[in-house]
Design a protein around this ligand. Structure first.
Ligand code: MTE
Length: 326
């Protein structure tokens, strides 16, 4: 967002594994008798193959769409949504990170429930998802950098996970934490190593249990692509996109408002609330409108990204000043 990418560590295109090889990876995994043949594969492909065993949750998709959440826009194409992503662990600017994110191993994946809960626990993602009520929701997504998309997420309400976690009555916030792995995420070990990794953000308990707060485990009728934050990420569509933490490893319940990744780096630009409001500009650009991914069309940005009927009451008693919308 505010940072310049030195690009010093980026792979030249010629060194990246071609997309077609990644697309065929599952077929290859099945076909290969692993050991001896892997040894003769190019390095990048070998790493990707080793990182990604078959996904036992794939059979769960597609899931039934919940038509309650209507949007007035066409769906963004899967290609457009999946080739312009913001995932600073892999690239310190928005862009096509498909090949970089492919190196994130998502199995096994443990989710920790910590802090102010009846019983802190860890659970394998593949076991957690079996206990959650899956559905599909078409949501808008508005990045603070003024681009937007409309995508069919699959997953479950964050409230279902909160119920599973059994927070104490005194918990006021839930912090969501992304993985920390310097071997996987180049930015965590290189120029941006001093950033406050792991990436974190949070919601109040009222926000987290609002019906809109959603944990996405799939998109476009399939398990969620790694560049979107596999195997599970938040989708809080009334807030700027940086609130929607990707590749979550921990849900931490607390009575202290968390200081989040972006708030730590640039508190005058990225606050805790980050509710979308076209009338409150970012200090360096307008928030009045947004570019729809997949072309150059622009549309007016809406208050709470069009979700005011669901969430405006959450903030009705708070001062309606800039801090609520940055
Ligand atoms: N989560 C992590 N861990 N790291 C990130 O850099 N970027 C955020 C959010 N979640 C980010 C993240 C931002 S700024 C946006 S706009 C959305 O992810 C982008 O989601 P998408 O790439 O699926 O469109």
């Amino acid at each position: 967002m505010l940072i310049k990418n030195p690009r010093g560590w980026e792979l030249p295109d010629s060194a990246a594994t071609p997309e077609s090889l990644f697309l065929n990876r599952r077929t290859l995994v099945k076909a290969l008798a692993a050991g001896p043949m892997l040894a003769s594969l190019p390095l990048g492909l070998e790493a990707a193959l080793a990182a990604d065993p078959p996904d036992p949750t794939a059979v769960l998709y597609p899931v039934k769409r919940n038509d309650k959440y209507k949007v007035d826009r066409d769906l963004t194409t899967e290609k457009a949504a999946g080739s312009w992503n913001n995932f600073y662990e892999f690239l310190a600017q928005a862009g096509d990170i498909t090949d970089r994110a492919a190196k994130l191993p998502v199995r096994p994946w443990e989710v920790a429930i910590t802090g102010m809960v009846e019983k802190p626990t860890k659970i394998a993602f593949d076991d957690l998802i079996k206990q959650m009520p899956l559905e599909e929701r078409v949501y808008r997504h508005r990045c603070v950098e003024a681009w937007s998309m409309t995508v069919p997420w699959s997953g479950f309400p964050l409230k279902a996970l909160v119920d599973f976690a059994k927070p104490l009555g005194s918990a006021k916030y839930v912090t969501m934490v992304t993985f920390l792995d310097k071997d996987i995420a180049p930015t965590q070990r290189q120029f941006f190593a001093g950033y406050p990794w792991p990436y974190t953000d949070g919601l109040t308990m009222e926000e987290a249990t609002n019906e809109l707060a959603f944990i996405a485990t799939g998109v476009y009728g399939k398990p969620i692509a790694k560049q979107h934050g596999a195997p599970l990420r938040l989708a809080a569509p009334w807030k700027y996109g940086f609130k929607s933490v990707k590749s979550i490893v921990e849900f931490r319940f607390t009575d202290q408002r968390p200081t989040t990744f972006w708030e730590t780096l640039a508190p005058r630009e990225y606050g805790f609330w980050a509710n979308v409001n076209p009338q409150v500009d970012h200090p360096r650009w307008s928030q009045a409108d947004e570019r729809l991914l997949g072309g150059n069309l622009r549309r007016a940005t809406l208050l709470y990204n069009g979700y005011a009927e669901f969430v405006a009451p959450l903030y009705a008693s708070m001062p309606q000043n800039r801090t609520l919308f940055m």
